[in-house]
Write a protein that binds this ligand. Structure first.
Ligand SMILES: N[C@@H](CCC(=O)N[C@@H](CS)C(=O)NCC(=O)O)C(=O)O
Length: 215
């Protein structure tokens, strides 16, 4: 059986887990933390999570994993059957993962982990994030899902990462860049969060956080 390796606080781990659960694909979860240990690097070349263990070997990068699942389980229709709609779903995921989340990730050290980020980084990310949020707003439909009226694979990415964009910008700049741009990510997360797969992802994340507090 496919093994999903990572931990329940990781948004990229949760993106893949959401897709697996949403489509009823059997998998096991293996608790793995990011690290630069040689053993870990043999599985995940940058020491990041998630990675997938399959009968063929290991696979990292959440989007490569999602693409692999879509190809391996064509009957699950992870992407839309229509080539244009499927391409738009991939475009949306790129905006969420790369243009928004990867940009705001530069702030996490101070926003979430008690560290500090230089003023130069804050200044650079502020400009970049404003630009990327404006671009995202041009394509994201929120009707109520990212690509329109139907839930799509892009919502697995949106559900796990948009809150981080809002919260990190709020923590560092004192204003939520998404809300400020008129993007009501809280209502969106509530809507997507009604799905059983999303609920499970969130319950497991909360349980993980609670377990680290009592440990
Ligand atoms: N592009 C990667 C990003 C994965 C990633 O950044 N994972 C984080 C946890 S959410 C991690 O392992 N960070 C440790 C590190 O960067 O060394 C993906 O989509 O899977």
């Amino acid at each position: 059986m496919i093994k999903l390796c990572g931990f329940a606080l990781s948004n990229y781990y949760n993106k893949v887990k959401f897709v697996l659960l949403e489509h009823g694909i059997p998998f096991e979860e293996v608790s793995v933390m990011p690290s630069q240990d040689e053993l870990m690097l043999e599985h995940s070349p940058l020491g990041k999570v998630p990675y997938l263990q399959t009968e063929n070997g290991d696979l990292c990068e959440s989007q490569c994993i999602v693409e692999y699942l879509a190809a391996r389980y064509p009957d699950k229709a992870i992407f839309s059957a229509d080539p244009w709609e499927a391409a738009k779903e991939r475009e949306m995921i790129m905006f969420v993962d790369v243009h928004l989340e990867l940009t705001v990730r530069n702030l996490y050290k101070e926003a979430f982990f008690g560290g500090t980020v230089t003023d130069a980084t804050k200044g650079r990310i502020e400009k970049l994030l404003a630009h990327h949020v404006a671009g995202f707003k041009r394509i994201a439909k929120f009707a109520p899902y990212l690509c329109g009226e139907r839930f799509s694979v892009a919502d697995a990415a949106g559900y796990v990462s948009l809150p981080l964009v809002g919260m990190a910008s709020q923590a560092i700049y004192g204003r939520d860049f998404l809300l400020d741009a008129g993007i009501d990510w809280k209502s969106y997360v509530k809507t997507v969060g009604e799905r059983p797969a999303a609920q499970r992802v969130t319950d497991d994340r909360k349980a993980y956080v609670a377990s680290t507090r009592t440990a």
